[in-house]
Write a protein that binds this ligand. Structure first.
Ligand SMILES: Cc1ncc(COP(=O)(O)O)c(C=O)c1O
Length: 394
């Protein structure tokens, strides 16, 4: 198939809800992806923050192939060994007190599960979320999403929930009360523009939730599995939520996500309260186990912290040299953002970068987000970043 054939077929048959680049990707190796025309591109986006150990890591490919040849799918009414190993592995590495997991196939389903669980645990129905937050696209997740553009088209189908400004402790104190089932928050807002809250914000939410009997849900679909330089971003503040969601990096490219909780929360549900056909099937769990092993063996959490600091420095030097083009840098670990002065230039950047052989993402209008694989070779990172900065400076 040639690129023109792909475009024609898609124009005729794909549901037009996504604006696509005129590029078809056919292969990925480490932090490079190859397009249909045979060009290798540097990937600074990692499949939207998913391929945390790079594309087609041999350990992940071997784990998936091995499990695929053994048992791909059963149902949750049977134990399977990969799932047993995975619940134990997650309990061992999760923040203290988080001991239970349930698996889904996407981050948004993990959020759904978390919201349902919070309702069961508290008997309350009011959710507090933050403006700018992204939690997925199902109706439950849209209920708490903080971006009007995603919520508005479906508003008639959604319940009201309480939205507070992100990183505003006083607003949180006012909004979270005895009617609140849970506060859901990303420790660093990803889609909303890589917004890093001030020190102590998560801790304040934790304390306020304790005081009124509400639960704290940390949505770590984007920040989890080492992305921010800790295995879980809530560890930066030493905060343990009641419920934690994971996705993206957990499967390194295989669709697997999870919601985790404390013993106390788990004690409030019973068989039948939730379920899924595919969630946590043996193939998905084998993939997640392989990712966790690679992240540990290759010390990728420490690497994300170190490389992230150096990336922030490099971007900071650019801001200092070109304040006309870039306003600031923010982020944690290998979730970094360069804030551009001009939203139109930002919007045009991903397509221009593709022409120069780099996959880069722009979010929230003028925010260039860098979230490559945690094991991206340094030379590829700097080559990709320099190409992007040259375009920004242009
Ligand atoms: C913080 C957060 N939560 C939930 C989701 C939804 O995950 P998925 O797209 O896998 O459904 C995302 C996706 O970007 C996310 O960043």
């Amino acid at each position: 198939m040639e690129m023109d054939d792909v475009r024609r077929a898609e124009a005729d048959h794909f549901l037009p809800v996504v604006k696509r680049h005129p590029v078809a990707l056919v292969e990925g190796r480490g932090s490079r992806v190859r397009d249909l025309d045979g060009r290798w591109l540097i990937d600074l986006m990692a499949g939207w923050g998913v391929t945390c150990i790079g594309h087609s890591h041999p350990a992940l490919v071997a784990a998936i192939s091995d499990q695929a040849g053994r048992l791909m799918q059963t149902t949750n009414i049977f134990y399977t060994l990969p799932q047993t190993e995975l619940v134990v592995a997650l309990a061992e590495c999760a923040p203290p007190g988080i001991t239970r997991s349930f698996f889904t196939s996407s981050g948004t389903e993990a959020v759904e599960g978390a919201l349902k669980l919070a309702h069961r645990a508290t008997g309350r129905s009011v959710f507090v979320s933050t403006s700018g937050a992204f939690h997925g696209r199902t109706l439950g997740a849209l209920h708490v999403i903080g971006t009007e553009k995603h919520r508005a088209p479906y508003a008639p189908l959604l319940h009201e929930s309480v939205r507070i400004p992100f990183d505003d402790v006083a607003a949180a104190e006012r909004a979270i009360d005895e009617r609140t089932a849970a506060v859901i928050v990303e420790p660093v807002q990803g889609e909303g523009g890589v917004n890093v809250p001030g020190d102590g914000y998560l801790r304040s939410l934790r304390e306020r939730c304790h005081a009124v009997g509400a639960l704290l849900i940390c949505d770590e679909v984007q920040t989890g599995i080492g992305r921010t330089g800790k295995l879980f971003a809530c560890e930066h503040e030493g905060v343990t939520p009641d419920i934690l969601t994971l996705g993206k990096g957990l499967g390194g490219g295989f669709p697997v996500a999870a919601f985790l909780c404390t013993e106390e929360v788990a004690a409030t549900v019973q068989p039948g309260d939730h379920g899924t056909t595919y969630g946590g099937n043996p193939l998905a769990c084998a993939a997640a186990l392989a990712v966790l092993r690679v992240v540990e063996e290759e010390k990728l959490v420490a690497r994300a912290a170190d490389l992230g600091d150096r990336l922030a420095e490099r971007l900071g030097a650019f801001v200092a040299s070109r304040p006309d083009r870039a306003l600031s840098v923010r982020g944690r670990g290998l979730l970094q953002a360069l804030i551009l002065a001009d939203a139109d230039r930002a919007a045009a950047l991903p397509a221009r970068a593709l022409e120069r052989g780099v996959v880069v993402n722009v979010t929230a209008g003028n925010v260039v987000r860098f979230f490559p694989a945690l094991n991206i070779p340094e030379e590829e990172l700097w080559e990709g970043v320099d190409a992007v900065l040259t375009l920004v400076a242009d």
